[in-house]
Design a protein around this ligand. Structure first.
Ligand code: RIB
Ligand code: CA
Length: 304
């Protein structure tokens, strides 16, 4: 039974790696890719998504989405992902065209037309998803769950309080977390633990063309330390395929939408303040060795 997935992304180096896994794993049917401004402008995130689709000679539709957050000023992460958003590898230049309709229209069409419930995997800010729920709330009935990269119970990466995807558009995140749809929060609590190690990068570089491509872009990712490089978004796909490797806890998550802690994901960790209600399954621990082993194994099975 394949998992029917739509990814909403801001490639972005780790988004590109996540798209690579989702496109090629036989257990996942990636039906649509939508793009949003985030790591870089939406023109660039869209071009980068098309580069990955073209690299694998796929015909997965790509629809361009929001160029800025609902309310907050747009602030990119080019300091981490480079000006292009995906530097280091010479991708084919003959790219397919994006869809003529917007991301929100494409999301509505694909979700309403699906004969099975869709798993939504946002790996950028949640602007497109919030606009979708606001304009077409009827889509909610055909969404199985949202597996979202974003947030942190612990320290953020934009401020000490806030993680980039939620910080970029906290108002959108609040709409999504209040949507009533089951959410799995894949936050920094695990993505900063499951780093791609130098040994993993050395191994994949020589494995095949995909391994070389991933190596060449990942080594340019500014989100790194002496233990390795954070591939935040890839953790969403790892969760879909190996939930047993990730420990989660159910709780209510509130989103801070103003003040110095704007973008913080506040967890009711004792279940003390929301009458026992929960709106998220929050990833709190991960088998980092299993993540690296899976990453290498996935690359070894790539078609090129
Ligand atoms: O905080 C990490 C997130 O911000 C990842 O999705 C990365 O691609 C950036 O968008
Ligand atoms: Ca991302």
């Amino acid at each position: 039974m394949t998992i029917r997935v739509i990814m909403d992304t801001d490639p972005g180096i780790d988004d590109a790696a996540a798209l690579t896994m989702a496109i090629n794993d036989p257990q996942i049917n990636l039906e649509l890719i939508t793009t949003v401004a985030g790591n870089v402008t939406v023109d660039k995130t869209t071009k980068n998504a098309l580069k990955i689709v073209r690299f694998f000679d796929q015909e997965i539709p790509v629809a361009m989405g929001a160029k800025k957050p609902l309310i907050k000023e747009f602030e990119d992460a080019a300091r981490i992902h480079g000006e292009s958003g995906m530097p280091g590898y010479d991708f084919p230049a003959d790219l397919p065209a994006p869809m003529e309709i917007s991301a929100v229209e494409a999301l509505r069409d694909f979700i309403l037309d699906s004969d099975e419930k869709i798993t939504l995997v946002p790996t950028g800010s949640y602007t497109n998803i919030a606009l979708l729920f606001s304009e077409y709330p009827e889509v909610k009935d055909n969404i199985e769950r949202i597996v979202a990269m974003g947030g942190a119970l612990g320290k953020g990466n934009m401020t000490s309080a806030a993680e980039f995807n939620v910080f970029t558009d906290p108002d959108a995140a609040k709409i999504v977390y209040n949507s009533g749809i089951p959410i799995v929060m894949i936050g920094l609590d695990i993505t900063m633990k499951a780093l791609i190690t130098p040994e993993t990068l050395t191994t994949i570089e020589k494995m095949n063309e995909t391994g070389k491509m991933l190596h060449d872009i990942i080594i340019n990712d500014g989100d790194n330390n002496s233990n390795g490089i954070a591939m935040h978004d890839v953790n969403t796909i790892f969760y879909l395929l190996h939930p047993e490797a990730i420990q989660t806890e159910k709780m209510w998550i509130d989103i801070v939408t103003d003040g110095p802690a704007i973008g913080e994901t506040v967890g009711d960790i004792r279940g003390a303040y929301h009458n026992g209600k929960v709106n998220a399954n929050v990833a709190v621990d991960i088998d980092a060795a299993a993540f690296n082993k899976w990453f290498i194994d996935e690359v070894s099975k790539m078609p090129k």
